[in-house]
Design a protein around this ligand. Structure first.
Ligand SMILES: O=P(O)(O)OC[C@@H](O)[C@@H](O)c1c[nH]c2ccccc12
Length: 264
């Protein structure tokens, strides 16, 4: 059966064809300046927070379709978020690359371009819009493509967040020497969300000395403590911040010291 991920990738293939016909100009020096999230993680003593701007999603429908990306992400950063994620997919998440451009003009923290990247041309476009981190989803890429895109991104001085959901994917990404691994608690094929996924995969990732970001389904301080205990260096949170009347207050309560977490 065709999964939502298959549907999304089919749309991305068309988008890539369209992009090939467009001129992607180099970004201005100011936009291009390097903002490394991995360097921030090396120095971090608290849990790192990547706060996401996400208007809608295939699993939840509209989340908060009418708020302004610059206003919302400024709020995130002022509350203590370390990085911001901007969903740029239009068809399924109601985002745009223009959202990312606007956010770049507003904040100075690292920005993750949250999209389904299958081709280097999308990396060029993300970089031009002002992204500092790109996402590579193991479930959507074979080993060769994953490696090619990874090498391409680091050559452009971008950080790469490699996303996994099971052991097989984790082993595949650990074969690269990428230091930043995201464990998605949501299964992109069934939408089921379970923090057990972070707990199950954390030993594998931490034993290899990589930074671990727990992604999706994080709502409460208890959830946060659970993933910290599992070994997470950071969290990626969208819906909880997008729906809350005061994302500032939630972010502040989630910014917890990492004390026992082994940092390598
Ligand atoms: O809104 P949540 O449950 O806090 O999840 C945020 C983020 O992890 C989620 O948006 C996400 C994780 N990986 C993705 C890949 C594509 C699109 C979206 C995602």
């Amino acid at each position: 059966m065709e999964t939502i991920l298959d549907k999304i990738i089919a749309v991305k293939k068309k988008e890539v064809e369209e992009l090939r016909g467009m001129e992607i100009r180099p970004a201005s020096l100011e936009v291009n300046q390097r903002r490394s999230f991995i360097e921030k993680l090396e120095r971090a003593t608290d849990l790192s927070i990547i706060a996401e701007f996400k208007r809608a999603s295939p699993s939840k429908g509209d989340i908060n379709p009418n708020i302004d990306p610059s206003v919302q992400t400024k709020l995130y950063v002022d509350a203590g978020a370390d990085a911001v994620s901007v969903l740029t997919d239009q068809t399924f998440f109601k985002g745009t690359m223009t959202d990312l451009t606007h956010v770049r003009a507003t904040i100075d923290n690292p920005i993750l371009c949250k999209d389904f990247i299958i081709d280097p041309i999308q990396i060029d476009r993300a970089k031009q819009a002002g992204a500092d981190i790109i996402l590579l989803i193991a479930a959507a890429l074979d080993d060769e493509t994953l490696n090619t895109l990874y090498q391409y991104a680091i050559a452009k001085e971008l950080d790469v967040l490699m996303e996994v959901h099971n052991e097989e994917e984790a082993e595949r990404v650990l074969k690269t020497n990428n230091r930043l691994i995201g464990v998605n608690n949501r299964n992109l094929k069934t939408f089921e969300v379970n923090l057990d996924v972070t707990e199950g995969l954390a030993p594998l990732i931490k034993n290899e000395g990589r930074f671990l970001i727990s992604e999706s389904g994080i709502k409460t301080t208890d959830d946060v403590k659970r993933v910290i205990n599992a070994g997470a260096n950071g969290i990626l949170v969208g819906e909880t911040f997008m729906r809350h009347e005061s994302p500032r207050d939630v972010i502040k309560t989630m910014k917890i010291p990492l004390v026992e977490v082994m940092k390598r």
